[in-house]
Design a protein around this ligand. Structure first.
Ligand SMILES: Nc1ncnc2c1ncn2[C@@H]1O[C@H](COP(=O)(O)OP(=O)(O)OP(=O)(O)O)[C@@H](O)[C@H]1O
Ligand SMILES: [Mg+2]
Length: 469
């Protein structure tokens, strides 16, 4: 099948368009870019994101040729551009203050760079027409910049930057001047234009939503370094550090000590008279306590059927809805005497039990609070201080105690109503403030959780990302 996913960064054969190789930029004593190495590929829409002063503009200015690296190399199409002057690079930079010439018409503004290049009239005419069409500004060609709206001016600036057909267009906060709605519209236009022209875009933005919307990959920077570079979904769902998790979107951080959870026992193949997998016991956490080489024990009639279903029928017929709680492997006592009753009294268990996969870690984050189970956590973190980063939309909120791997009690302190979603600020018993986000599928009058309500927050055992402190 043809390759449909655009991911040149995963292809070792692919040659990057831009390469920063150990680039450092110092201004006197101050290090603005610190030993930075990165590859950016042709046709990428690459976003640089980071706090003010982290070095985004400096990176762009070095690419455009307005600054030279103190150390390291910048390659464009495999060629070191260190000594190539700005006007000889196939790079165009659209600055945040995209000054259009006020006395020139929009048509003349777009044509300006082409005229300076000494292009012939026919070429310029065609090219400007193409750019006007691309940015949907044909109707306004004869107006002056002050006679069009802010968003339209922004599009003219873009048309002007694209007119010379640069290989690479650098956009430093290009939509900064626009209001939210226009900004969002222009983001989609930018993506369209980028796709249509096949130009490589590197955009700087302080707006993380904008970066997530437009970019093929996002680089999160801090103090002249790139902390993580990846696709927007990976940056959001699998941040590599507390810094990135905190910088991108809303996040709850549970800081605490990790304890490794036991791994699941190996599953031997069943025999007619043995049932290694399950016995009736409602405490799922105990499933991991059995030794790996569990000898066979007496079968219960349902177990072979369950095995047949899971291994043979399920792939053909689809999943059976199974309300039977997970059944643990035999205990040591049972192994010693296969006919003895189970060590744990089934009747003493709560009715509703949730099945939690084995392995991972649990995090003790506050005294007197149930620890948080993260089955996706790395058991080698055992005994270490870790942080569980949990997005608000991964947390459910309810008035009744739910059945879930992680259930915490708290009180609603604040509600942020954004129309489409509401964010509940819930104070847990330990004092930690947690945000839970709910999509408002009902009208506001029917919302049933309000200020001061005692509520339950719940989330799955893989809802968060465990990060080292
Ligand atoms: N010409 C210069 N001389 C001295 N220091 C500079 C110079 N240019 C930039 N810096 C410093 O380098 C650091 C990075 O600046 P840069 O403009 O790249 O930040 P930025 O990430 O673009 O920030 P912002 O989001 O505010 O635009 C800043 O601390 C800045 O003060
Ligand atoms: Mg800047």
């Amino acid at each position: 099948m043809a390759e449909t996913v655009f991911a040149p960064w995963n292809d070792p054969q692919e040659k990057p368009l831009i390469q920063f190789k150990g680039v450092t930029k110092r201004f006197g004593e101050f290090t603005a870019i610190d030993d930075l190495t990165i590859d950016i590929f042709e046709r990428e829409f690459f976003a640089l994101l980071g706090p003010s002063g982290c070095g985004k503009t400096t990176m762009m200015r070095m690419l455009a040729g307005f600054e030279t690296p103190t150390e390291g190399q910048i390659l464009l199409g495999g060629q070191d551009i260190g000594q190539v002057p700005p006007n000889k690079r196939s790079v165009n930079m659209m600055f945040q203050s995209y000054a259009l010439f006020p006395h020139l018409s929009i048509w003349e503004n777009i044509a300006f760079g082409l005229k300076r290049e000494g292009r012939d009239k026919a070429y310029i005419g065609d090219r400007v027409q193409d750019m006007l069409r691309l940015t949907r500004m044909e109707k306004f060609a004869q107006r002056k910049p002050h006679q069009v709206s802010g968003g339209q001016r922004q599009r003219v600036a873009l048309a002007r930057s694209l007119a010379k057909a640069p290989k690479l267009l650098l956009l430093d906060e290009p939509l900064g001047a626009l209001d939210k709605k226009l900004r969002e519209e222009t983001q989609f236009e930018l993506m369209d234009i980028q796709e249509t022209t096949g130009t490589t875009f590197v955009i700087v933005t302080h707006d993380q939503e904008e970066a997530m919307t437009v970019a093929s990959r996002v680089a999160v920077m801090d103090h002249g370094k790139i902390i993580q570079v990846s696709t927007p979904d990976v940056i959001y769902e699998a941040p590599n550090s507390v810094y990135v998790a905190d910088f991108i979107g809303d996040v709850n951080l549970f800081r605490g000590k990790a304890t490794a959870r036991p791994e699941a026992p190996a599953t031997p193949a069943p025999q007619v008279d043995s049932t290694p997998e399950h016995t009736p016991d409602p405490a799922p956490e105990e499933t991991q306590s059995a030794p790996q080489e569990a000898p066979a024990r007496v079968a219960q009639p349902n177990d072979l059927g369950k095995w047949l279903h899971d291994k043979i029928l399920h792939p053909v017929l689809g999943k059976r809805i199974d309300h039977t709680p997970a059944l643990p492997a035999p205990t040591a006592q049972e192994l010693a005497n296969p006919m003895s009753p189970p060590a744990v009294e089934p009747a003493s268990a709560p009715v509703a039990q949730v099945e939690i996969p084995a392995g991972g870690i649990e995090i003790t984050w506050a005294e007197g609070q149930p620890s948080v189970i993260a089955t996706n956590g790395d058991p080698t973190h055992d005994g270490k201080e870790v942080v569980l980063a949990l997005r608000p939309e991964k947390i459910a909120i309810s008035k009744d105690k739910p059945t879930a791997p992680n259930v915490l009690q708290g009180k609603v302190i604040d509600i942020g109503y954004l129309g489409n979603i509401s964010t509940y600020h819930v104070e847990l018993a330990g004092g930690l403030m947690v945000k839970a986000q709910v999509t408002n599928t009902r009208r506001i009058s029917r919302r049933h959780i309000t200020w001061e309500d005692e509520v339950w927050l719940s989330f799955s055992s893989t809802a968060g990302v465990v990060l080292e402190k």
